[in-house]
Design a protein around this ligand. Structure first.
Ligand code: SAH
Length: 469
């Protein structure tokens, strides 16, 4: 006489069977299996293993439970290892208990190998935790088959503040919902329907108790009722896309870092830097003030072109932030002043404090913001360059990044920003430009560095994948 193993195959994904279950499938002499077992699992059986399908075919019961019991007893008598494979866990609506009872009755050696039940795993894999501190402290696993009978105490169920998981309820959930509402459960209670959970054809529908009756459900489906049904604790593995705008240097540096972090990048608004004719008399000023990396680049070009010896420059130098500081440092020039906060306002206020009366030359782009000049006096401006749109295409990405007001204005001349696109902007001035043009939902990076843009995007991504409290 052989031994029978009542094995749970797990919820759908073949890999969710236990190690023991897999070993038994691979080694058994007879494999008796139900519907909803993945073909992959069946394919693990030995070539000479006798495979007996006892599931429903085309809606008709091809085998009654009596029939199955008989086969089990017979096969146990003349085979060595018999695996009775069931979807999910054998003892959760799997009639595993009945089969165990028959085996006991017939003195047949058997063992139950638990499986991962669809009642918990299907919601879980779809992002729904069936218990969650503060939201659901109990789970009720209920069959939809007894919907019309008095077996299930709907009055008690309607009172739960936990999670109710319905199995085999694709056709009865409408009347179950009416009953729960009748017994006092709110019609607004969240409901999630997960069809073909943990398989490639998994699909999830979210609705409410009062509307579930009108949802078309194709079995197999798990239906979750309760607060946790609206949870979505799944990390979105889709690769996110970022649209970038700005000058070449900015785009290049930002693009490299974003690609490094796994984003796809599209350049939607390319700005060209066009150097202006310059004639700067450095010795007329105590301070040179730089507001960006592009300015530094043009300044250095100018120095080289005019063969100005760096040693002749006696000016003190102020920069708006780290990026500009580093751009100068690359040429052996170390700025004397950089504000703590990288904004025009902070730079202006800082300069007003440390060098109120000193003469200042602000080297920057045409059409820059006036913010800086609100705070300093005794200053002149040298327009180093102007920016022109090179190409603009419509943004269809998850994020759009603006590095300057000019970028914002240039892009908005042609296109609007879709409300599903998250806007990331460097600096208050750029943010204010966006706000003044009707975009209120802007993530503003405090620091004007490409690193802080990437950080801001990463922060946003994290918020979306953590639980909503
Ligand atoms: N013993 C099984 C349940 C058997 S009852 C277990 O523990 O999972 C069969 C019911 O399980 C189906 O009607 C359906 O409600 C649910 N079910 C099983 N597999 C499923 C899947 N992959 N996706 C959604 N529901 C599933």
């Amino acid at each position: 006489m052989g031994k029978v193993y009542l094995v749970g195959a797990g919820p759908g994904d073949a890999e969710l069977i236990s190690v023991k279950g897999k070993r038994l499938v691979e080694s058994c002499d007879v494999l008796i299996y139900d519907r909803l077992i993945s073909e992959e699992i069946i394919s693990w059986a030995r070539k000479d293993c006798e495979k007996i399908y006892v599931g429903k075919s085309a809606g008709a019961h091809s085998f009654t439970q009596d029939n199955i019991n008989k086969i089990l007893v017979e096969k146990a008598a003349d085979s060595n290892i018999v695996v009775r494979l069931k979807g999910g866990d054998p003892f959760v609506f799997g009639r595993g208990g009945e089969e165990a009872a028959i085996l006991i009755e017939n003195n047949i050696d058997f063992e139950v190998v638990p499986g991962i039940t669809s009642a918990i795993a299907v919601p879980e894999a779809a992002g729904i935790p069936v218990t969650h501190r503060g939201a659901s402290q109990d789970i009720h696993i209920v069959t939809g088959h007894t919907a019309e009978s008095e077996i299930t105490d709907y009055a008690a169920l309607a009172k739960t503040r936990g999670t109710i998981v319905f199995l085999m309820a694709a056709n009865t959930i409408g009347s179950i919902a009416s009953r729960l509402i009748e017994k006092g459960m709110s019609g607004k209670t969240p409901v999630a329907v997960i069809e073909n959970g943990t398989t490639k054809s998994e699909s999830i529908t979210r609705t409410t108790l009062e509307n579930i009756g009108s949802v078309q459900i194709v079995p197999p489906a798990v239906i979750v009722v309760g607060k946790t049904a609206e949870y979505d604790m799944k990390s979105d593995n889709r690769i996110k896309s970022v649209a970038i705008t700005g000058t070449e240097d900015f785009r290049k540096r930002l693009k490299a870092r974003l690609i490094n972090k796994g984003y796809t990048v599209k350049e939607v608004c390319c700005l060209k830097v066009i150097p202006a004719d310059l004639n700067i008399k450095f010795d007329e000023f105590d301070w040179l003030v730089f507001t960006g990396r592009n300015g530094v680049k043009i300044f250095i070009d100018y120095i080289k072109r005019t063969k100005t010896d760096l040693r002749s420059l006696k000016n003190k130098i102020a920069v708006i932030g780290e990026g500009t500081y580093n751009a100068l440092a690359e040429h052996g020039i170390y700025a004397d002043y950089m504000p703590d906060k990288y904004t025009s306002e902070a730079l202006g206020k800082g300069l007003a404090k440390i060098a109120p009366n000193a003469s200042k030359l602000v080297l920057r782009a045409e059409k820059g913001s006036d913010e800086l000049y609100r705070h300093i006096n005794n200053c002149k401006e040298a327009i180093l360059y102007r920016v022109e749109a090179e190409s603009i295409t419509e943004c269809r990405e998850d994020y759009i990044v603006f590095g300057s007001s000019l970028g914002v204005n240039t892009y908005l001349e042609q296109y609007k920003i879709d409300e599903n696109t998250k806007i990331i902007a460097i600096g208050e001035v750029t943010c204010n430009t966006l706000i003044s043009r009707g975009y209120n939902n802007v993530c503003c990076c405090e620091k004007s560095t490409v690193e802080s843009i990437v950080e801001e995007i990463e922060k946003n991504e994290k918020i979306q994948t953590t639980e909503d409290k």
